[in-house]
Design a protein around this ligand. Structure first.
Ligand code: UD1
Ligand code: CA
Length: 471
C-alpha cells in the first residue's frame, strides 16, 4: 500500500513504557480496544499509510509485546529493545542506533495512540517530504489541553518548541495547541539531534519533543492540523474506556453501512477482527469477540456473547446465548440461554435449546438437544433427539470419555449416558435410563425400577396427615 508520491520511509513506534497510570500488570500497549492491543492499532496504521519498515521499541513486558507483534504481523515488524525506560527521546535513540542503515524519512509514533488514521500519517509524511522539512508534526487544539505537550510559537507564529505539561510555566499551561505525538523527521537530522538531548526537565528523562526545538532553530519545522478525537493518547483506564467506546461505535456504524442489520448502534460490541457478512442481523447488546464469522441471513438476538464462533448462513442464535470457539451450522438454532463451550460443532438445521450446555461435541444435521441437558465429549449423528434433562457423564474424576449416538437415535428425558458408551443407529433409550453399556442398533434400552401402584393409598395417607394435624 506504499504511496506513489513519497519515497520509502520508516516508522518507529514507541511501546516500551510501563504505563504506571494504567494500574495494571499488563504492559500498557497490550491493553485492548475492540479486541486488538493498542500497539497493534498503531502498527496497522503505519503499515496502511505505507511505511516500508516498521520498528517497534519494546522494553517493559517485552516478551509479551514481541509475542503479540510476531503473531499479528510476522516479518512486517521488527523490534528494538530499550533496556531502561528513560523517556521517548531515549526510546528513539535506541531504535536509530540499532539501525545505522535507516535513511530517507522516519516517522515516529507513540504506541498508545490507537485511533490514529492512516490517512493523516500519510498526509504528514507527504507534506513533510514535499517541504523538505527536518521535522513535520501534527498539532491539534483542545479546549482542555491538560496532560499534553504544548506547542510554543514565536510572535511570527512559527513553532519554536514543545513544553511538556509538567514543565509548563503558568502562561504556557494556558496554550491550547498541543502535541498529539506524530512526527516525520529527516532520518539524518534525527540521528544527529537525538544525541543532543538532555534530562534537564521535570521528569529527568530524554524528551523526544526537544528534537522539535533543534529543528526549529534550523528553521525546518512544518505542521498540519489534526483532530484530537482521532489522536488521543491512552494513559489511564478512563482514556482507554473512552477510546474503546469511540472504536466500538465506529465498528458498529461501518457494519451497518455495509448492510449488516444493526438493531442498536449504541450497544453492539464487535471486535475488529470479526467478519460479519451483509444480510446478517445483530441484536441489541450483542458481543462478538475475537474472530467470529457471521454469515448472511444469520440472526444473533439480544444479549448473546460469542467468542471465536462461526455462525453459518441463516442460523438463529436466540437471546442470551453464550458460546466459545464453536460452529453453529447453517439454519441451526441455538438458545435462548444456551451455553456452547469450546469445540461444539453444530450441524445444519440442528437445535440446542434453553439451559443446555455442550462441549467438544459434534451434533449431526437436524439433531436436537432442546432442553436442560449436558452434552460433553459427544459424537452425535443425524436426526438424533436428546430429551430434556439428559446428561452425558463424560468424566470419571480422572479422564474424559466419549459418548457416541449414531443416526436417528432417540434418548428419552432424564437419561444419563455413562461414557465411554455407544448407542447404535436408530436405537431408543427409555426415559430415566442410566446407560452403562452399548445399545445395539434398533434396540430399546430401559434401566429403571419397576413401577408399583398401591390402590387407594393416597386417600389413606391424607387421612393420616389430617389426623396428625388436628391433634
Ligand atoms: C508524550 C509527549 C507529549 C505528547 C503526548 C501525546 C514526550 C516527552 N511527550 O507524552 O508531548 O503530548 O505524548 O500523547 O514525548 N515510551 C517508551 N519509552 C520510554 C517512555 C515512553 O517507549 O522511555 C513510549 C510509551 O510506551 C508510550 C509512548 O512512548 O507508548 C508515549 O509515552 P508516554 O509516557 O505516554 O508520554 P506522554 O507523557 O503521554
Ligand atoms: Ca501518552
Amino acid at each position: 500500500m506504499s504511496s506513489d508520491r513519497t519515497s520509502p520511509w520508516n516508522a518507529i513506534i514507541l511501546g516500551a513504557g510501563e504505563g504506571k497510570r494504567m494500574k495494571s500488570d499488563r504492559p500498557k500497549v497490550l491493553h485492548e480496544i475492540a479486541g486488538r492491543p493498542l500497539v497493534s492499532w498503531v502498527v496497522r496504521s503505519a503499515l496502511a499509510a505505507g511505511a516500508s519498515r516498521c520498528l517497534v521499541v519494546v522494553g517493559h513486558g517485552r516478551d509479551e509485546v514481541e509475542q503479540e507483534l510476531r503473531a499479528s504481523f510476522g516479518e512486517d515488524v521488527e523490534t528494538v529493545l530499550q533496556p531502561r525506560q528513560n523517556g521517548t527521546g531515549d526510546a528513539v535513540r535506541c531504535a536509530i542506533e540499532a539501525h545505522p542503515d535507516l535513511e530517507g524519512r522516519t516517522a515516529v509514533l507513540y504506541g498508545d495512540c490507537p485511533l490514529l488514521p492512516a490517512s493523516l500519517l500519510r498526509e504528514l509524511v507527504e507534506r513533510a517530504n514535499a517541504a523538505d522539512a527536518d521535522c513535520g508534526l501534527v498539532t491539534a487544539t483542545l479546549a482542555d489541553p491538560g496532560g499534553y505537550g504544548r506547542i510554543v510559537r514565536s510572535d511570527a507564529g512559527d513553532i519554536e518548541r514543545i513544553v511538556e505539561d509538567r514543565d509548563c510555566s503558568t502562561s504556557e499551561r494556558a496554550i491550547r495547541e498541543v502535541n498529539p505525538g506524530l512526527y516525520s523527521f529527516k532520518t539524518g537530522f534525527l540521528r544527529e539531534s537525538i544525541q543532543q538531548l538532555d534530562t534537564n526537565n521535570a521528569q529527568g528523562e530524554l524528551y523526544l519533543t526537544d528534537v522539535v526545538e533543534l529543528a526549529a532553530r534550523r528553521g525546518k519545522v512544518i505542521n498540519i492540523e489534526g483532530d484530537m478525537s482521532e489522536l488521543t493518547g491512552i494513559n489511564d483506564r478512563r482514556e482507554l474506556a473512552l477510546a474503546a467506546a469511540i472504536k466500538r461505535r465506529a465498528v458498529a456504524e461501518e457494519l451497518a453501512r455495509k448492510g449488516v442489520g444493526v438493531v442498536d448502534l449504541d450497544t453492539l460490541y464487535v471486535d475488529a477482527d470479526c467478519e460479519i457478512e451483509p444480510g446478517a442481523v445483530l441484536g441489541a447488546n450483542v458481543h462478538l469477540r475475537g474472530r467470529c464469522i457471521v454469515r448472511a441471513g444469520a440472526h444473533i438476538d439480544v444479549g448473546c456473547v460469542l467468542v471465536d464462533v462461526v455462525v453459518e448462513k441463516d442460523a438463529k442464535v436466540l437471546p442470551y446465548t453464550v458460546a466459545t470457539d464453536s460452529t453453529i451450522g447453517e439454519a441451526a438454532q441455538v438458545g435462548p440461554f444456551s451455553h456452547l463451550r469450546p469445540k461444539s460443532n453444530l450441524g445444519p438445521h440442528s437445535k440446542v435449546g434453553n439451559f443446555s450446555e455442550t462441549k467438544k461435541t459434534t451434533l449431526g444435521e437436524g439433531s436436537k438437544v432442546n432442553h436442560l441437558s449436558y452434552v460433553g465429549d459427544g459424537v452425535i449423528g443425524r436426526g438424533v433427539n436428546i430429551g430434556a434433562g439428559t446428561i452425558f457423564c463424560n468424566y470419571d474424576g480422572e479422564q474424559k470419555h466419549t459418548t457416541t449416538l449414531e443416526d436417528e437415535v432417540f434418548i428419552g428425558s432424564d437419561s444419563q449416558l455413562i461414557a465411554p458408551v455407544t448407542v447404535k443407529k436408530g436405537a431408543y433409550v427409555a426415559s430415566g435410563t442410566t446407560v452403562t453399556r452399548d445399545v445395539p442398533e434398533g434396540a430399546l434400552a430401559i434401566a429403571r425400577a419397576k413401577q408399583e401402584n398401591k390402590e387407594g393409598y393416597a386417600a389413606r395417607m391424607r387421612a393420616r396427615f389430617r389426623k396428625k394435624k388436628e391433634g
